[in-house]
Unconditional design. Structure first.
Length: 158
C-alpha cells in the first residue's frame, strides 16, 4: 500500500473516534458505567477522578492496533489505525482536560468562534449533573446552535 492510503487510514480512524467518543459518552458513560463518570459531573477538588479510567479504556484499542500492526504479518495497516486513535486521544486530552477543564494550566483562553462553541457545548453538557438529560456528548463535532451566544439562542426560542 502507498503512504497516501496509510494517511487516509490515520484520518479515517481519527474521524471515526469522534463518533466512538460520542457513542460511548452517551451510552456507556451516561449508561451502565455512570458510576465511573459521575464524579466528572460533580464539583470536587481532587486531581484524579474515577472518570480517568476511561483513558485506559480508550488506550487499549490503540495499543492492540500498534502491537498487531507491528508484529503480525498482514496486519501492518492496523498500525495506522492505532496512530489515528492515539492522535484523537491526544486531541481529546488537550481540548477536554487542558483547555476546557483546566486540569493543566498550559493554554491561555482561546478566543475564536469554534473554541467558544466547544466551551458552550461542554458547558451545556455539564449543566446537568445527573445520568439523564444531558446533551452534546461529542468533542469536535459541535451542534451549530452553540456557535451563537446563550443570549442569542434564548432570543430565538421566544
Amino acid at each position: 500500500m502507498s503512504w497516501f492510503i496509510y494517511l487516509l487510514i490515520v484520518i479515517g480512524a481519527y474521524a471515526g473516534m469522534e463518533f466512538m467518543a460520542w457513542f460511548t459518552h452517551k451510552y456507556v458513560m451516561h449508561g451502565f458505567l455512570w458510576s465511573w463518570h459521575q464524579d466528572h459531573h460533580e464539583p470536587h477538588d481532587k486531581f484524579f477522578e474515577k472518570n480517568d479510567r476511561f483513558f485506559i479504556v480508550y488506550a487499549l484499542p490503540s495499543m492492540i492496533c500498534y502491537i498487531l500492526g507491528s508484529v503480525v504479518d498482514g496486519y501492518f495497516p492496523l498500525l495506522f489505525v492505532g496512530i489515528g486513535i492515539s492522535l484523537y486521544g491526544l486531541t481529546y486530552f488537550l481540548i477536554h482536560d487542558v483547555y476546557i477543564h483546566r486540569r493543566f494550566k498550559w493554554f491561555k483562553q482561546l478566543d475564536g468562534k469554534y473554541s467558544r462553541a466547544i466551551l458552550r457545548a461542554h458547558g451545556a453538557h455539564h449543566s446537568v449533573t445527573t445520568k439523564d438529560g444531558s446533551e452534546s456528548f461529542g468533542l469536535l463535532a459541535i451542534n451549530p446552535k452553540f456557535f451563537k451566544s446563550k443570549r442569542k439562542r434564548e432570543q430565538e426560542k421566544v
